[in-house]
Design a protein around this ligand. Sequence first.
Ligand SMILES: [Zn+2]
Length: 209
Amino acid sequence: MLNLIIFGPQGAGKGTQAQLLAKEFNLEWIETGRLLREKAGDRTKLGEKIGRLQNQGVLVPDEIVAQIIEEKIKKVPKNKGIILDGYPRNIRQLESLEKILRETNRAKYKAIFVNVSKEVTLERLSGRKTCSKCGKIFSKTDLEVCDACGGKLIVREDDRPEAIEKRLEVYHKETEPMLRFYRKKGVLVEVNGEGPVEEVYRDIIKNLK
Ligand SMILES: [Zn+2]
């Protein structure tokens, strides 16, 4: 059974790769961001708490994310592999995940790092616009209005170069210890994420074998 963790900077295209891998190997794709959004919509105490935090723009605490990830993994049929996307994001989360994976008999896994240089990430993320009306995201567009709803396109505060650069800095600081851990454990698969989607994908497959 194949269990995968995929990580990399924002804009590395890891979601796309996760989707392709999930299809190829029949894996349960566990996309943390989406999972949290779904939970936030639940009419449970936990759902309401997550919704409240997200509305305040506060990160959901590690313990809660770990709990949700664990619940989700436990629901996956035992003979079906998983691919974790968007978790873990730091060494604390990684340690919680190690425990969860052991307890769910998924201790054997590979961690795929889709590496993209800071310059390319900045290039890929800058120029991103968001529809002020429906929220649709446009990467690199000359459009001024949304092609779906006609709303005005804006550059979010988050997508300004200074903000992106700051986020990347935090990202690298958090990722380094994870890379060291997975490398030392001998489960790290590192690929260059700067080429076309198909090329990155082929590279991953080659390295998994
Ligand atoms: Zn729109």
